[in-house]
Write a protein that binds this ligand. Structure first.
Ligand code: PEP
Length: 256
C-alpha cells in the first residue's frame, strides 16, 4: 500500500502569533508549487498561535494541515490551563501530537494518559501523532525494542481496531531529540519496521496503512536518506521546522 508521507513541524514553545504568521507565509512562498497530495505537511504551533494560523491558511488556501502539540482528554470542564480536543477540532486542527517525550519526561505522562488522549483526538475526528522512543540508557542496555514495543501497545490500547490504521506513530529516540545526534537511517528503519510488526500483531491490515514518522534532529542533509527507507513515512521535525528554508527542504526530500 502506498502511504503518503507526513512531514510535521513541531514548533514547541516558540514563536508568538506575529512570528508564527511570518513563518507560515515564508513557508508557503518556499513551497509554492508543492504537491500536498504527494507529501502532506502539518504545522504544530503553540496554542496561542492556532487561531491566527488557521485564518492565514484559510484565507490564502494554503495546503498545510493545522496541528496541535497536546490536548486534554475531556471536552470541557474544571481543568485549569488545559485545552480540549473539541476546542482544537473547532479550529480545524487535523493532527494532534500526543505523548511527545518532553510531555512524558517533564509532565509525567504515562502510556495510559497517552492512550486516552489518542482516543479523545479520534473522537473529534482528528488524527493523533503518537510519540514513542527509547532513552540513551535504554538503547545502550539493549532494551530499545522492548521499551518501544511496550509504548506502542500501551499508548494505542484505547484506540479501536478500526482507528488503528489511521494512527500516525512518531518514532523519536529521546537521545536524538534536539541534540544534533540522529539515528542512522538503518537503525531508524529497523525500529520503524519493528513498530509496524507490533501494529500487525494487533491488526494486520492496520499495519499496512499506519504511518510511522522518524523524529530526532532531522535536517535537510539527513532527511532524504531517512525518508526513503521503506518503513519510514515522514518526519516529526523540531528545531529545523522553525526556519522556512530548512523545513521546505525537508518537505522536498524527494527532490534532493
Ligand atoms: C521533536 O521536537 O519532536 C524533535 C524531533 O525535535 P528536533 O527535530 O529538534 O530533534
Amino acid at each position: 500500500m502506498a502511504r503518503i508521507p507526513l512531514i510535521s513541524g513541531n514548533w514547541k514553545m516558540n514563536l508568538n502569533h506575529f512570528e508564527a504568521i511570518q513563518l507560515v507565509q515564508k513557508l508557503s512562498y518556499e513551497l509554492s508549487g508543492h504537491d500536498f497530495g504527494q507529501v502532506e505537511v502539518s504545522l504544530h504551533p503553540p496554542y496561542t498561535d492556532l487561531r491566527s494560523i488557521q485564518t492565514v491558511i484559510d484565507a490564502d488556501r494554503m495546503g498545510f494541515e493545522l496541528g496541535a502539540q497536546n490536548c486534554h482528554t475531556e471536552a470541557s470542564g474544571a481543568f485549569t490551563g488545559e485545552i480540549s480536543p473539541a476546542m482544537l477540532a473547532k479550529l480545524d486542527v487535523g493532527y494532534v501530537i500526543v505523548g511527545h517525550s518532553e510531555r512524558r519526561a517533564l509532565f509525567a505522562e504515562s502510556n495510559e494518559d497517552v492512550a486516552l488522549k489518542a482516543s479523545a483526538v479520534f473522537a473529534y475526528e482528528m488524527t493523533p501523532i503518537v510519540c514513542v522512543g527509547e532513552t540513551l540508557q535504554e538503547r545502550e542496555s539493549g532494551q530499545a525494542a522492548n521499551i518501544v514495543e511496550a509504548q506502542v501497545v500501551g499508548s494505542l490500547k484505547s484506540v479501536t481496531s478500526q482507528q488503528l490504521g489511521d494512527v500516525v506513530i512518531a518514532y523519536e529516540p529521546v537521545w536524538a531529540i534536539g541534540t544534533g545526534a540522529t539515528a542512522s537511517a538503518d537503525d531508524a528503519q529497523e525500529m520503524c519496521a519493528h513498530i509496524r510488526t507490533v501494529v500487525a500483531s494487533i491488526r494486520k491490515e492496520a499495519s499496512e496503512s499506519v504511518r510511522i514518522q522518524y523524529g530526532g534532529s532531522v535536517n535537510p542533509s539527513n532527511s532524504t536518506e531517512l525518508m526513503t527507507m521503506p518503513d519510514i513515512d515522514g518526519a516529526l521535525v523540531g528545531g529545523a521546522s522553525l526556519q522556512s528554508d530548512s523545513f521546505a527542504r525537508i518537505v522536498n526530500f524527494k527532490e534532493a
